[in-house]
Design a protein around this ligand. Structure first.
Ligand code: DX5
Ligand code: ZN
Length: 217
């Protein structure tokens, strides 16, 4: 059993960001997860377009941009131009979600919708066949290093069922508190993609940490 692994550089050492991106390049990671926070939708501010441009110059893996911002539809093109390959927007920030998903696809990016921990998966029924992936938050967004919320397992199962029954090809991504203690159970429940920040970048051997949540026997 294998997963698609996306290390979150929110947990990288920003004084050594190039070194940390090169570590990800050399690892078995599939994507680089890039968390954009605006201090309005979430209580924290992270980084944005200029940092993405810099990361994109050295990244050898596709970049998975997670937009924790209000009015994300106003910034999609700028993120695409800065290097985004995957773009996900929060259900909670998008009154015209279907339109926003198609804006992302028309830019040539994989389009994802993110649900906060309390947002039910049933709300995706009208858009599940349009998205390339669904990101289930397994912590409340805004900070790295938080504790995994176990209710996520049930959401993964419910979402997998909806995907199967609708004929959607959407992948399921999990973000927040992912580590070697929950990765296998998440994939068994139906997850395809795992984001991991602290587990990877605080690990003494980060490349091995990446491999440990990729190969799940
Ligand atoms: C949280 C971010 C996550 C975060 C994950 O709001 O969306 O991507 O970086 O970090 P860990 O793996 O440390 O929970
Ligand atoms: Zn994220």
């Amino acid at each position: 059993m294998k997963s698609i692994v996306a290390p979150s550089i929110l947990a990288a050492d920003f004084n050594n960001l190039q070194r940390d991106i090169e570590m990800v390049n050399e690892s078995e990671a599939d994507l680089i997860h890039f968390d954009v926070m605006d201090g309005t939708f979430v209580p924290n501010i992270s980084f944005g377009i200029p940092v993405l441009e810099a990361v994109n110059k050295i990244a050898k893996k596709p970049i998975d941009v997670h937009l924790m911002i209000v009015n994300p539809e106003q910034h999609l093109e700028a993120f695409k131009n800065a290097g985004a390959d995957y773009i996900s927007v929060h259900y909670e920030t998008c009154p015209h979600l279907h339109r926003t998903v198609y804006q992302i696809k028309e830019l040539g990016c994989k389009a994802g919708v993110v649900l906060n921990p309390h947002t039910p998966v049933s709300l995706l029924e009208g858009v599940i066949t349009d998205v390339d992936f669904v990101l289930l938050m397994s912590v409340n967004p805004g900070f790295g290093g938080q504790k995994f919320i176990p209710h996520t397992y049930q959401k993964v199962k419910d979402l997998k069922k909806m995907i199967r029954e609708s004929g959607s090809k959407a992948l399921i991504e999990i973000d927040g508190g992912v580590d070697a203690s929950n990765a296998k159970a998440l994939v068994e429940a139906g997850a395809d993609m795992l984001v991991a920040g602290s587990y990877v970048f605080k690990h003494p051997q980060p490349k091995e940490a990446i491999s440990s949540i990729k190969h799940l026997s």
